[in-house]
Design a protein around this ligand. Structure first.
Ligand SMILES: *Cc1c(COP(=O)(O)O)cnc(C)c1O
Length: 434
């Protein structure tokens, strides 16, 4: 058969520079991108357009929960899209109802709203909090220093890092920042206008910092005392990445009273669709005598694409595979392995590495200051970026966080040999800098 659709010109097919030129000419330059152009992937490996193979321990920033090109996702996309992709939220579809049921099963009694991203899920939590406090004139939400809650205008206001807000003032009112893991600071910050406290269970963009069990339990007691909502951003640390569905479930394992802990709202996105865009927030059934999960009544909140049958079918399949293949246990055990191996490197190369921290498949490796690493000192870029670039040369993808931290956020189905390959590459790279 002769070509009905002309194939793209070979220059676009193969040439890194030609593809980058398309971006330079036509794509808004809002991202600082690395010089890598990817074509396809398989499991925890990616291949660039020159055919070079990379081990992906960044997981598309904690998104590709089943790795790349997982057949279960591919088949679900094909099967569901043959039946129904979208009908709008004027109607019911089975996948949305079933996915909500599964999320509730993994958190606690309550209800779920579906969005398309993490930032949008957080916006829903902000609206929930404002509605909750509206009659009393309360609207202020306390969030943590170094937090990250998204790039929408309210998300930027919630985010406890000045650099993201710069140039986009005036900042959306109604947010104030408090030091993370500091209970007294939270208590001192509460004003008559305060209605909620929002934190990440494990700060991701802030450099992988878990909340302590005492902080979580203390915030819960404080919110009960002051009639505030306790909201948790589980966009990055959720979806079994820490070894449990939500990070607070993992952090509070074994803590006295931990099994009774429950936030009032939890946002999710990233890993939920395994790469297909979907976000959600869960709302607790009842708190402070209010039926919180029914507070956002008909007409109060909406989004066109939220919870399409296609997105929900994929997310249901991702959950199914995670449970069937016990990937939460894999994240917990291989995460421990990664952390222990990185600790070994920290001990062996203190000139280059400072600390390692994290939970499960959320691991942060902190580098020494650039000036202390002669091989990086002359470079203009931050230590984290230079290190990540060297790892790229060696065939490993990781995610920088600030100037000093490199994050590992791998697929939940990472294998032991892949984890070992990653450590070997990291060790070679660190040794070359020592
Ligand atoms: C990524 C992220 C967001 C924003 O999610 P988007 O899908 O990019 O809007 C919000 N909170 C946390 C903790 C995140 O890591």
């Amino acid at each position: 058969m002769k070509d009905l659709v002309p194939s793209p010109p070979p220059v676009v097919r193969n040439d890194v520079a030609a593809i980058q030129a398309l971006y330079q000419k036509h794509v808004v330059p809002s991202y600082g991108r690395f010089d890598l152009v990817f074509r396809h992937g398989s499991g925890s490996h990616l291949f660039d357009v020159t055919g070079k193979r990379y081990l992906d321990l960044g997981g598309g920033i904690a998104v590709c929960s089943l790795g790349h090109a997982h057949p279960a996702i591919t088949e679900t996309l094909i099967e569901q899209s043959r039946k129904l992709v979208h009908v709008s939220n004027l109607y019911y579809t089975e996948p949305q109802g079933r996915l909500a049921q599964q999320i509730v099963r993994h958190v606690a009694p309550g209800k779920v709203f579906f969005s398309n991203s993490g930032g949008e899920a957080n916006e829903g939590l902000f609206k929930l909090a404002r509605k909750f406090g509206h009659e009393e004139g309360r609207f202020e939400i306390l969030t943590a220093a170094n937090s990250f809650h998204g790039r929408t205008l309210a998300g930027l206001a919630a985010t406890g890092q000045e650099k993201f807000r710069k140039g986009f003032e005036p900042t959306t009112p109604g947010f104030r920042h408090i030091p993370f893991n500091d209970l007294q600071a939270a208590r001192d910050a509460i004003s008559p206008a305060t209605v909620a406290i929002l934190i990440e269970g494990v700060q991701g963009e802030g450099g992988i910092t878990p909340a302590t069990p005492e902080y979580l339990l203390g915030l819960r007691a404080l919110c009960d005392e002051k009639k505030l909502l306790l909201l948790m951003d589980g966009v990055q640390c959720g979806h079994f990445r820490t070894g449990r569905f939500q990070s607070f479930q993992r952090i509070l394992e074994g803590a006295p009273g931990g099994e009774r802990f429950l936030p009032d709202g939890v946002s999710m996105a990233k890993s939920l669709g395994g790469g297909f865009p979907i976000g959600a927030f869960w709302v607790r059934a009842e708190v402070h005598g209010v039926k919180l999960c029914d507070l956002l009544g008909p007409g109060t909140h909406a989004t066109t694409f939220g919870g399409t049958p296609l997105a929900c079918a994929v997310a249901l399949k991702v959950l199914d595979v995670i449970e069937r293949e016990r990937l939460a246990d894999n994240a917990r055990q291989l995460g421990e392995f990664l952390k222990a191996e990185l600790q070994r490197l920290v001990d062996a190369y203190p000139q280059v590495l400072k600390t390692v921290r994290g939970l499960g498949f959320m691991v942060g490796l902190e580098l020494q200051e650039k000036e202390k690493i002669p091989a990086l000192a002359a470079g203009e870029k931050a230590a984290s970026l230079q290190f990540v670039n060297r790892l790229h040369e060696a065939g490993l993808l990781t995610i920088p966080s600030g100037t000093q931290v490199v994050r590992l956020l791998p697929a939940l189905n990472l294998t032991r040999p892949d984890a070992e390959e990653g450590i070997a590459i990291l060790e070679r790279t660190v040794r070359s800098l020592a």
